[in-house]
Each structure stands twice: as C-alpha cells, then as structure tokens.
Ligand binder design. Sequence first.
Ligand code: SF4
Length: 378
Amino acid sequence: MPIGLYIHVPFCLQKCRYCDFSSYPLEQGQVEHYLRGLRQEMAYYKEILTPEQKQTATIFVGGGTPTCLVSGQLTGILEQVNRFFTIIPGAEITTEANPGTVTPDSLRELRAAGFNRLSLGVQSTHRELLRLLGRIHDFEQARQAVQDARAAGFENINLDLIFGLPTQTVAHWRQSVSDILDLAPEHLSCYSLQLEEGTPLSGAVDRGQLAACPEETELAMYHIVMEMLSAAGYRHYEISNFALPGCQCRHNLLYWHNREYLGLGPAAHSHLNGVRWGNVEEIHQYVSLLHRGQRPAEEIQTLSRREQMEETVFLGLRLIEGVSLDAFQQHFGAALTEAFNKQIRDLTEKGLVELAAGHLKLTGKGLPLANQVFAEFV
Ligand code: SF4
C-alpha cells in the first residue's frame, strides 16, 4: 500500500503568540542549509525503502509556513520528491499556506508545479483576535488569497479556524463561521485553542492579563460550528474536520486509519513497519546527522501488537464514523470488542461510546470529551 509523505518546513516570518510548533525565523542561509539536508534525507530513504514504500498517494507540506520560502524553493521540494519517490497519478498534494505569504504569481507557480490542495491558516476573521494571536495577516488578505488560489486553479481548499480564544464571544465565532462559509472552501478544520505552556498567550493568561475562554463558551462554539456547517452541506467526518462530499483530506485520513507515513524535515514524525519515530528538531543537528550518513531520528519506538491495537482504536475514534470492527479484525486477527471489552463496557455505560453499524464510535456526549475517552485505551 502506498505511504503518505509529510514534509516539515520549519520557518515562519513571525512567531504566532499561541504557537509551540517547531519553527525558526526565516533566514535564507538557514533555508539553503535545510533544503540541502532535506535532499539528503530523501536520498537516504531512497536507498532503504522498498519500491512499494517509495510510492506515495498523498503529500502534505506543512510547517512552519511553507509559503514563506522564496520562489522556486517550495516547488523545488516537490521536484525532489518526484526524483526520489513515485508520486501515484491522482495523488493529493497539499501545502499549508499563510494568507500573508501568498501572491497570485506564487499560487500559480505552486499549482503549475503539481500542488492541488491548499490549506490556508485563516484562524479568525476578526482583526482584534488575529492581532491577539500574533498572526501576520488580516481577513481581507485571507479572502484575497482564496480568490487568487481559485484563479490559479486550486479546486480543493481548506481553511483553518480556531475557537475558544480569550476575549472571543459566541457572536464573534458565529460571524467568523459565516464569513468563512462565504468563501466556499471544500474543507474546514476548526480547532479549539490549546494554551501551550511557554507561549506568550498562555503566559498572559497565567499572569491574569487575559481570561481563558470559559469551558461552556467553548462547548457552545463547538456546537455552533457543527450546526452551521452541517446546514451548509459539510460533513463532519473527524472531531475537528468538516468537508464537502468527496473532499475529505486523504492525507490526514491516513493518520486516523493508523496507516504508514514518512515524515521528512526537522521535527517530522514517521510511522513505518510498526515503528514510530520523530526527527530531531534542531536544524543544524538534523543536517549534520544527514551529512554523516545517519538517520536524523530520535524517540524510536517499536510498537508491540497491543500498542498497535491501542493506537488503531484511539486514532480511529477521532473519526465520526469510528473504528471499523471488520477492518480491526482483519488487521489484527482479533475482535476489537474482546480486546477492549472492559473499556467499551465502561465507556458505553457512561454514554461516551457506542457500537453501531459495525463501528465503535464516540457518541454526541463523548465527542467533546474525546481526550478522556482516548485515555482509557492506552
Ligand atoms: S504561522 Fe503557524 S507555524 Fe508559524 S508561528 Fe504561526 S502558528 Fe506557528
């Protein structure tokens, strides 16, 4: 079965105030250094992967901000993938983009190079909230980016939104969802804000300068987005993801189905041959390991059969349809309901999961409590 390919571009023009992803300030010398490392990493895997594992049906370039690279650098990454891997015809090829870093020309260049899905980090449609988040763009730029992407030929666009922000009201959120629907994206990812320790936003909340969004407001926002998107014809297919029919993100589905993928670039994660690992985060360490012909991997974990089963369940439960009992039986030669008998019984009694239509799935009550449910399976 073809694998998914994830490529991490660890640069941003400016660090957002809520972000703890691995990213560095954009600096051309550093970018050249990183690109050389990435090429060596692809060459490394070309030698050790089987021909089947070099076939990829989904490519996702994320970050960081891939679109902060200068002309030719991002398309150059895709050219390198073409050189070292086999991109299957019809592959889904996504790049993340920040609305403040794209132009009509850059979008045309990306589309012509083979990118066929664009994921834009819009996050909010309110100027004050975007400023609070430390985003470099406003909603007008996001609207323009969508228009330019359409003109460039992108027919598959995802927009990211965040809710549960300090100072955000339910009315703000309703307005944001409505503004976003006017842009008619094929796909929407709507995440609640996680206040990550060490970020300026979390510091401001800890110091009492900002009040965190109350839990019940956040829950109300989640219900609002589910209702509004369902009324607009979007299918809620994963806890935080909604798509028009046929437009689910194939790359992310591969994660939730616990399939195999290779992550390239600093801090990228992989899951191949029953082993999970993460690449080192620091760019110089990443590049120098590759110069020495070594894999830049750490936290290498060979999964036991039981661990693979657990992962299959808690990743699959992220999907609204849940985990297929047949697929589980086929893969592991064991019944999911027997392997996790106690957990399923307890969680069913609490009304958090249910067995329906050949799947184990979260109930409406379990959906906002998903993390609590997942913890029962590990
Ligand atoms: S653009 Fe994305 S990766 Fe970069 S700092 Fe902001 S949230 Fe983090």
